[in-house]
Write a protein of this length. Structure first.
Lengths: 122, 122
DNA sequence: CCCGTGGTTCGCAACTTATGAACTAATGAC
DNA sequence: GTCATTAGTTCATAAGTTGCGAACCACGGG
């Protein structure tokens, strides 16, 4: 099954990217991947948004990200290492990833702030 | 049924926006709405991406856009007039709409160019 | 070889989406 | 007022997608 087929850069679509990132877990995972400075194995995401994600589900999430062209996955020993295809996508759709991730950070940043204030008050 | 409930700006989510715009027809419709300089009725979109969209489907598309917070719909006489909630969204998620629509234009621009070249050659 | 770890695939239940048919709402003609 | 027309919503259901446990596959080590 292995050598995954990653889509060629020119067949990556905006709709595909938006769909892949419209799932809260995938968006959280991708934000994390973009933020990381090394490739990440799936295992590192068994916990997402305070929820334990079953591994079959995680595997699907990575498949969707891969097929949307958002990441590149390579087996390294027993693990699957995932890296965002950032430079390629930035070239094809300049500013798209920045804007999406920026919006996501804004949103989750303010949510975190709200619940922090809530705890402090309560 | 009418006075639609549009979500408050602070309850609009990135995921919701991405989901709404991850459908090719909705993305095309929304790009058009942003581009128009007046509110548009649903009827103006019975033809999208070279396909005739059934009106029940169109109605759903507009509902999804509305519930994602992307548009505001108001009945004007016999029509429903739709306007993008651009300023509000730009404030909450600066650059997001620009990036998405920019990417969409890039993509459909180059697709159009390709098929034009194709016709010219053939 | 077998075992453990990390992922994928299968199969099915639960959910979502698309769309024709039936309905509602506003407007205009009479 | 009624009737017709136009614009859009809702309902029902068929088709498609997603989530996830169970079973499976692949690599590395003993």
């Amino acid at each position: 099954m292995r050598p995954f087929n990653h889509p060629a850069i020119e067949s990556i679509t905006v709709e595909g990217i938006l769909h892949a990132l419209s799932d809260p877990e995938r968006l959280a995972i991708y934000a994390c991947l973009l933020n990381a400075d090394a490739a990440q194995a799936c295992t590192n995401f068994q916990q997402v948004n305070d929820r334990t994600v079953p591994k079959s589900t995680l595997s699907q999430h990575f498949r969707v990200l891969r097929e949307a062209g958002l990441i590149r996955s390579e087996r390294q020993g027993v693990e699957m290492l995932n890296t965002p295809r950032r430079a390629e996508i930035d070239k094809r759709f300049p500013g798209l990833l920045d804007a999406v991730i920026g919006a996501y950070c804004r949103q989750s940043g303010s949510a975190a702030a709200r619940s922090k204030r809530g705890r402090a008050r309560g």
